[in-house]
Design a protein around this ligand. Sequence first.
Ligand code: PMP
Length: 440
Amino acid sequence: MLSNTALDERRKAAVSGGASMSFPIYVDRAQNAELWDVEGRRYIDFVGGMGALAVGHSNPDVIAAIEAQLKRFSHTFFGTAPYESYVELAERLNKRCNVGGPAKTLLLTTGAEAVENAVKISRAYTKRRGIIVFGGAFHGRTLLTMAMTGKVSPYKQSFGPFPGSIYRAPYPDLYRGVSVEHCLSALETLFETEIEPSQVAAIVIEPLIGEGGYIPSPVEFMIGIRRLCYRHGIVLVADEVQCGMGRSGRLFAIEHTGVEPDLILTAKSLAAGIPLAAVVGKAAIMDSVGVGGLGGTYAGNPLACAAALAVLDVIERDNLLNRAQEVGDRLKAGLQAIQKKRNRSPIGDIRGLGAMIGVELVEDDETRKPARSLTAKVIEEAANRGLLLASAGRHFNVIRFLVPLTISDAVIEESLQIIEESINAAVNGDIGNAPLAQAG
Ligand code: PMP
């Protein structure tokens, strides 16, 4: 039988040390919100392919769609031998994305590529260079998107110099006293001290900041930015790579604010883990690039398009937007109960939209000092007990929930139990003594 330890030894010898590794658990198979390692242990998966599995692992409709496509053809390159599924997916995304008018779509392969292309399109449309992003944002790992990402360790260390003309403003964090007024006035300051608004091509914002700590953008902040963009002719780009595709309870998280962006970026859950990304935007902006200026060998690969069409069907048929809200309500209620039992800390804040919930852990309720090492211990303890979790936040002290929206209530309840036990064990220093996750 394969063992996790033996595979991990092989990984250390064969795989770049720069690739991250949270749990040395090697997957054998996965179904909906659960996976089994090569030693037969079962885990509940709250990381969900880092948010790529809104419809769950091995979704039968997605498998059937990919299988059917695979039998016909697996790849052609859309630019020379086009196919219907790319066009159909574009038509469906155009209908579902509120960008304040007729929309057009460009398909790509990764989230970072969607961000890069949004920058290219915004620059071509406005004929300007400046890009404004926010502190704590994550936009990808290519050199341009890393320059846009607002977190140094571990993403940016040792990789500079980065492309220029990227400017950063603060993102509101009401729990930590960073107000909407402060953030909007910081943008005005940026226009006075760094770059004239007439030189800014785009403002790129996550409507619910992901890596930065699961903080939904306050409605007034998004409205304020929309106004600035209208006033100065700046393209407003919503990076929905993590918060999109139903996780927030709406297909796109920005819909919660009522603001219509000019471009929407989606990836991750778009094709249930098959690499696919999209830039959907106002037709006039999307058409401002010369023919051949956009694309990529695998962009809009037919297997990925088939998967994405199935994902959209499943979201509609199974009413997953409502389900996202139910899942989130259940998680929130369970977490609030744990918080109450412990008389608050270490659970400082529970927040999010729909099923996109984050829990901020603090050392005490007064100082709100981020509990970074405790968070790592909770995550380690949970993995030992059979629940996979991921952290987020500038101080790595937020636990983020990226559960499949298709998860059952019973599995949610089981997970909440594990979270409570793991928090108690981490706080009491009772680390590494839990029985390992069970086979089965
Ligand atoms: N934008 C956001 C908001 C993301 O969360 C991510 C990935 N975590 C990306 C862009 C980059 O996506 P990818 O890893 O597919 O390049």
